[in-house]
Design a protein around this ligand. Structure first.
Ligand SMILES: O=C(CO)COP(=O)(O)O
Length: 254
């Protein structure tokens, strides 16, 4: 069975009621993807998740950008995975590079692995992010870093049909410096190979590996043509009407 194309919109810490209303109105104008081979999940800041869901077309699902690593309780300021599920949101982004690398947040492989494990136990689907920094790439450590980050997550995955791997090279995020289709394909192929060797051939074949980092309406088509790129996790361009063009790039992948 072909892998269903997946497009995530990571709205990060952006938006107001007014701007989200405007964004939803423009996204609602695109044709329905209900019966198209593409799955779309937008992740607004948590406080606006319900507000966005009430306004956004129903064929675009809403997810969250993070959650706590275990059961809720005395963890001021955190949002527990159970709460996300309780509010009927199905998806959560975990291990985003901004959560790994912004020094005030500093999530490590172990934290991300715990979050991935716990989110699944309450029934959430997970977009698990990995990716190397510029220094790591320039030092020739791209494969090693992505392998290490994937190896931390993989043993925690219960059902690979409910997990999407997002390869987001840190140097490409928010920089306008998109990975070339060949650079992205090379890492995606490597990750699939790793999964084949360390998990199973079936999982390697069926899991969706999506690319993130300066994806826009212009570069998405060429990236989508790559055999191991199964979609995108989009930051800046997910806040603009051009997100619809990125969603439509599933056609280039067929
Ligand atoms: O971090 C990203 C998505 O999670 C990518 O962000 P940009 O698309 O703004 O580069």
């Amino acid at each position: 069975m072909p892998r269903k194309f997946f497009v995530g919109g990571n709205w990060k810490c952006n938006g107001t009621k007014a701007s989200i209303e405007e964004l939803c109105n423009s996204l609602n104008k695109g044709e329905s993807v209900e019966s198209s081979p593409v799955e779309v999940v937008c992740a607004p800041p948590a406080i606006y998740a319900q507000f966005a869901r009430e306004r956004l077309r129903k064929d675009f699902h809403i997810g969250l950008q993070n959650c706590w690593m275990g059961k809720g309780g005395a963890f001021t300021g955190e949002i527990a995975a159970e709460m996300i599920k309780d509010m009927n949101f199905d998806w959560v982004i975990l291990g985003h590079s901004e959560r790994r690398h912004i020094s005030e947040l500093h999530e490590n492989d172990d934290t991300v692995a715990k979050k991935v494990e716990y989110a699944q136990t309450v029934g959430l689907k997970v977009i698990a992010c990995i990716g190397e920094t510029l220094e790591e790439r320039e030092a020739g450590h791209t494969q090693q870093v992505n392998e290490r980050q994937l190896a931390a997550i993989a043993p925690k995955v219960k059902d690979w049909n409910r997990v999407v791997i997002a390869y987001e090279p840190v140097w490409a995020i928010g920089t306008g410096k998109v990975a070339t289709p060949e650079q992205a394909q090379e890492v995606h192929l490597f990750l699939r190979g790793w999964l084949k060797k360390n998990v199973s051939a079936e999982v390697a074949e069926s899991v969706r590996i999506i690319y993130g980092g300066s994806v826009n309406g212009k570069n998405c088509g060429e990236l989508a043509k790559q055999p191991d790129i199964d979609g995108f996790l989009v930051g800046g361009a997910s806040l603009k009407p051009e997100f619809l063009d990125i969603v439509g790039s599933f056609r280039s992948s067929l």
